[in-house]
Design a protein. Structure first.
Ligand SMILES: Cc1ncc(COP(=O)(O)O)c(C=O)c1O
Length: 396
């Protein structure tokens, strides 16, 4: 049983990359730069360390798994301001749970809402393609059928939910959506989000919206799924949004995020996490609350990403179908053969990138929408990124 599930999961993208580059060495005279991982490298604000040390007595306590009242309040204040929500639309005790990074919660939501069957049929989980691989993991371990919806240049880099077969929607348990999208950087507009909520209500599936890049954007502030729910004047039925400090506050090592949405689903997640979830340590929750209450460091992060994309605009202009993404910090480049490019960039330029193939699944034509692409993460400081992009452009 265990082996069958693992076979279906396959290796995680970074293990596949390790195998691909196995035996290849970067040039001895060039410092290797890792652009494969979306791991923000800007300094988080200094107050993080101060708050953690001020709360050092809490290392000796088991923290509440659902989050401290102070953290949940900070999250609700932030959501209210960020998405212009009416007072009381989101309540700290009913609608929010703290999680140690969104990755685990995005996975656990599969346990929460994929039944053994729907009307006697195998449940389906809809996933944009290419995608964050955790979504597929959640479907596969529950033995649901992952259905990959093209999110390609031809579909505006978002899945087309409106053209789906009603029979498929009838056995759909869970739909993942990511906005801003990883890897493409697309922002779903408010009309798209409203239609997605309406579809989730009509066909009674859970809509899991991964908004962990919501605060990394260029000129257009991404609307959120909570706004779509508020606009259609409904409660948060069937909807969950996932937010993280990893990207917003450049603090991936903090392991801190939250899930917000449908009170029934949030109660279910609380129960699951009470059994099998690790709470965020108390001092980290205190630092997280301080981060959600602070905006200048986030604006500072955005400024740095904009500066790096200005450099990318110059160096990659008219090459590899480069476009400046609306959100997130990835460039999604069509290089013809993503795996071959990743090998060449590593061995000839010391630049580590991930082939788009490892972030995608094959369609019925036997190829995946990521085959021709590489994804590069602009997470390092601007000088290093400028050097990396020049090396990349010279070598491809
Ligand atoms: C699309 C997407 N969702 C979720 C995550 C998980 O982030 P974290 O667990 O740090 O919140 C990532 C991390 O790279 C991501 O790219």
């Amino acid at each position: 049983m265990i082996n069958q599930v693992l076979d279906k999961l396959g290796d995680y993208p970074f293990d596949r990359l390790r195998h691909l580059l196995n035996g290849l060495e970067p040039p001895a005279n060039q410092k290797p730069i890792n652009m494969s991982l979306g791991e923000p490298q800007h300094e988080p604000p200094p107050f993080v360390v101060e708050v953690i040390s001020r709360h050092a007595n809490e290392w000796g306590k088991y923290p509440p798994v659902i989050g401290t009242p102070d953290l949940l309040n900070a999250v609700v204040e932030w959501l209210g301001n960020r998405y212009r929500l009416a007072d009381g639309f989101v309540e700290p005790s009913r609608n929010v749970i703290a999680v140690n990074g969104t990755k685990e919660a995005l996975f656990m939501v599969g346990d929460l809402c994929i039944p053994r069957n729907i009307l006697g049929q195998r449940p389906a989980v809809l996933i944009p393609n290419p995608f964050y691989q955790v979504y597929m993991g959640a479907a596969v371990v529950r033995d649901a059928e992952p259905i990959y919806l093209p999110a390609t240049k031809a579909t505006g880099f978002l899945p087309d939910f409106q053209s789906l077969d009603p029979q498929l929607l009838a056995r759909c348990a869970l739909v993942y959506l990511c906005s801003p999208a990883n890897p493409q950087g697309t922002i779903a507009d408010i009309t798209y989000l409203r239609e997605a909520v309406e579809l989730a209500l009509r066909h009674d599936f859970v809509l899991a919206v991964d908004e962990c890049y919501a605060e990394i954007y260029d000129t257009l502030q991404p609307p959120g799924i909570l706004q779509a729910c508020q606009d259609i004047n409904g409660p948060l039925t069937n909807v969950l949004a996932f937010h993280s400090l990893s990207k917003r506050s450049s603090a991936p090592g903090l392991r801190s995020g939250f899930v917000v949405g449908d009170p029934g689903l949030v109660a279910g997640l609380k129960m699951l996490r009470n059994y099998g979830g690790a709470a965020i340590p108390g001092p980290i929750m205190a630092a997280s609350a301080a981060l959600w209450r602070d905006e200048p460091h986030v604006e500072n992060n955005r400024t740095k990403y904009r500066q790096k994309f200005d450099t990318a605009d110059q160096i990659l202009k008219n090459k590899f179908e480069y476009y400046r993404p609306m959100g997130g910090f990835f460039a999604w480049l069509n290089v013809g053969d993503g795996e071959a490019a990743a090998q060449r960039l590593w061995s000839e330029a010391g630049i580590r990138v991930i082939p788009g193939k490892y972030l995608s699944k094959n369609g019925s034509n036997g190829s995946s929408p990521g085959d021709e692409y590489i994804r590069i993460a602009l997470v390092h400081d601007p000088d290093l990124i400028s050097d990396a992009l020049r090396r990349l452009e010279n070598n491809l």
